[in-house]
Design a protein around this ligand. Sequence first.
Ligand SMILES: [Zn+2]
Length: 318
Amino acid sequence: MVKDRQVEPKNVAPLVIQEWKDVVRPIALQTMRGVVIVAGVQVLSMCIRLAIADSLTPERARLAAIDGDSLRFTPVNLTDGSRLTLISPKHWSDIADEVTQELTKTHRELTGMFGSIPPFRSSIRLMDEQSFYELTGAPGWTNAMFFRGEIIIPLATNQPIDLDNIHRSVKHEYTHAALSALSRGRIPGWIDEGLAQWIEGEENPALRATLRNYLQKNEPVPLHLLQGGFTKLESRMVPAAYAQSLLAMQAVVQTYGITKVTAYLQLLREDYDRGLAFETAFDMSQDEFERHLRSTLKTWARENSASRSALDVTTLVR
Ligand SMILES: [Zn+2]
């Protein structure tokens, strides 16, 4: 997710796949957006945005071009001038129509939340799982990715299409694209991931337990490590980083409202220093926010684990 080195408008934050493979592959028997559950082990599986283009071999690039004749290219024109191209195999026309509707719906929802979205161009590509993994080198549990302005969503060919999962993926990845436009590519990784998870739908039921388990033995992941994406994280920190990002942004939205989040994005778009933008929009420094977030999370994780006390996210802010 090398945001700091990427020129794409997106917070392109490629997870270092090798790190994840070691952790997840041995137990990832069942995958879906959100959770991998095997033998009582719960691991969050995330939207993976990784540096695929850099790893494309000529052979892989050719693979990407295979069957060009059987692809369908569908322009999706959105309000405010954004233009997407949906690329999908012709035999998935029905799914492509679903995705088009979901994109339009998500765009409408995001416009309702954040106001008009600065126009941008992007593409979204549906690909069979095998081609996806061969092309990207991504591990089998990967759901979707966003890289250099392109969204890629793999679809299973040996089991029924999971439309709900596709909808979530489209919503999540398209939110990244829109947030990138809204912040002119300057949104910090944790806010980007937090908002994308919040907007994609219901919280993953395993998320809080995963974070709590992590916090039993570890400190919360420092936000500055998530500033430019999650690249530099150790693999064991990544699920916690996603969980913290979501909880932090749930707290911000519940406490300050989406209007202030929108104001923050606008300040980023206007090239404000990130720290100043945060303080201006939320009337507290990011350091102060993080100090409180960390101590509240630690207290919550320390509480008698048998009681499984619920976390009131509003307590994460002040
Ligand atoms: Zn994401």
